[in-house]
Design a protein around this ligand. Structure first.
Ligand code: URA
Length: 485
């Protein structure tokens, strides 16, 4: 038995040199054992010299071999040598997808590609300070040895930052000019949690829907080895444990009825015919009551109740969301569900006291579609936004905000009465006549972003927008009573 000891676990160059030498010496695959690094092996050790294959090797095989060596399967080098050996007499072998060796190599390549993708997706950088200023460090345990493969992606993305990605196999670091690699480290050497991660954890927990729990699908997306290092994933085991009970509670929960007071007031206004186009609410409490009788569009039919704005009767800053969600529809209050919790956290970080702002929606009834036992959010159309604008105009007239912030494009359409684009129109105020109008993203948008970096960046911008709006509004509000909600 001949032993080939490669310099390290991903030593493609070493494997290629040895494989060529062995192939030209006619050493069959069964007569070779492959090892990497320091492991002891019995047998005759081969000194690897450059050899020649003396037959053409298809480029696709070389590319496949480059990928496959990154896999953790200990048999990968032997598999590749077996393929190389066979290629001499079977030149079309790489096209025989049903061949067991080819199929296995393809499977390993797929695993490597998936691991590289996940590494890019799930890396979480933490900010650390050193004598040169801020640097970003991430710890991750990739399923395969794909760090060197993925590192150029981070260089391109974070060219202006100093960063390091630490893994048990190797570490990659970028100092703003050069990429370098060093030996792997243990988890303890990576920096610990920071405050930002609490936000993602809380948001993940709030948006986790137990009725939709599919552990298999979740683990396929995010393997357990990666869960360990993701802040939001730390809540997963607890959520899985609680899922059955929470799902039962959700399915069994009755939709809350509007209060008796609202019901009476609405019944009276409908009976008296006071609720018509001539009706003018005289307070925000009025708006809240009267919106229950709204028939300006058909959305009231499937909603539990109308959800008007909430906040002081006079507020310098008004936020306008899209429409109530499932939880808002049940409780009769705006922004209390997952998006609301995200919104609250961003407001807190921006130093904006929600209680001093008026928070409402462009559309006052929950538009949704049934799916099984669940109610899925459906986007309001322009007709519904226009019909509901009457309520928003009344809220504006009564609350008299100096600044109105549209959260997302639907709110933008309602506030500006024209289509607006968050990306184009964000960052500067528009004169609305009665107030200054700003647009920023909807808090739910932050959750939909696939990567941590995108979310962290979007989060910072969102918080900055909220802070700027609060400052533009003067950071104060006139005295007034709370709405009746
Ligand atoms: N999304 C909104 O736009 N408004 C709410 O009140 C809740 C979720």
């Amino acid at each position: 038995m001949k032993i080939v000891r490669l310099a390290h676990e991903t030593d493609f160059g070493g494997w290629r040199r040895a494989a060529r030498a062995l192939r030209s010496a006619g050493v069959s695959p069964e007569a070779v054992a492959w090892t990497a690094g320091e492991q002891a092996q019995l047998g005759e050790e081969v000194t690897v010299a450059d050899g020649d294959c003396a037959f053409p090797v298809p480029r696709e095989f070389v590319e496949l071999a480059r990928d496959v060596v990154l896999h953790r399967d200990p048999a990968r080098f032997a598999l590749l040598y077996r393929l190389l050996w066979r290629l001499r007499n079977e030149p079309g072998l790489m096209h025989v997808a049903t061949d067991a060796d080819v199929a296995r190599a393809m499977e390993l390549r797929k695993g490597v590609e998936r691991a590289a993708y996940r590494l890019k997706q799930y890396v979480r950088f933490r900010e650390v300070e050193d004598d040169k200023g801020a640097a970003y460090v991430a710890w991750i345990e990739p399923e395969h040895r794909v760090l060197a493969r993925a590192a150029p992606f981070f260089v391109e993305r974070f060219a202006n930052m100093r960063w390091a990605v630490l893994t048990p196999d190797a570490c990659a670091s970028w100092d703003g000019e050069a990429l370098s690699f060093s030996p792997g480290v243990s988890r303890e050497e990576a920096p610990a949690d920071d405050a930002q991660e609490d936000v993602w954890r809380a948001y993940f927990a709030a948006t986790f829907n137990p009725a939709r729990l599919k552990v298999k699908a979740m683990t396929a997306q995010m393997p357990k080895s990666l869960w360990r290092n993701l802040p939001e994933a730390q809540v997963i085991p607890r959520l899985i444990q609680q899922a059955a009970t929470r799902a039962e509670t959700m399915v069994g929960a009755p939709h809350t009825e509007p209060s008796k007071r609202t019901a009476r007031a609405v019944a009276r206004s409908v009976r008296d015919g006071t609720f018509d186009d001539a009706y003018v609410p005289t307070s925000v409490a009025d708006v809240w009551t009267a919106v229950q009788a709204c028939r300006r569009c058909d959305l009231w039919r499937d909603a539990t109740q109308g959800v008007a704005g909430e906040g002081p009767a006079r507020a310098a800053l008004m936020f306008v969301g899209e429409q109530p969600g499932d939880q808002e529809d049940l409780a009769g209050k705006p922004f209390i569900g997952p998006a609301g919790q995200m919104f609250d956290k961003a407001l807190a970080e921006a130093g904006v006291p929600r209680a001093e702002t008026y928070v409402t929606n462009a559309v006052k009834h929950f538009k949704h579609e049934p799916r099984g036992k669940r109610r899925i959010h459906a986007k309001p159309n322009v007709g519904e936004i226009r019909a509901c604008r009457w309520w928003l105009e009344n809220e504006r007239r009564l609350v008299r905000p100096k600044v109105i912030v549209a959260l997302g494009a639907t709110a933008g359409q309602a506030v500006f009465d024209r289509p607006v684009s968050v990306s184009k129109d964000r960052g500067h105020p528009f004169d609305l006549g009665d107030a200054q109008g700003l647009i920023t993203v909807h808090p739910a948008y932050l959750l939909r972003l696939p990567s941590h970096e995108d979310r962290a960046r979007a989060w910072k911008l969102f918080v900055a927008d909220l802070r700027a709006a609060w400052e533009l509004a003067g950071g104060s509000h006139a005295e007034g009573a709370s709405s009746g909600a």
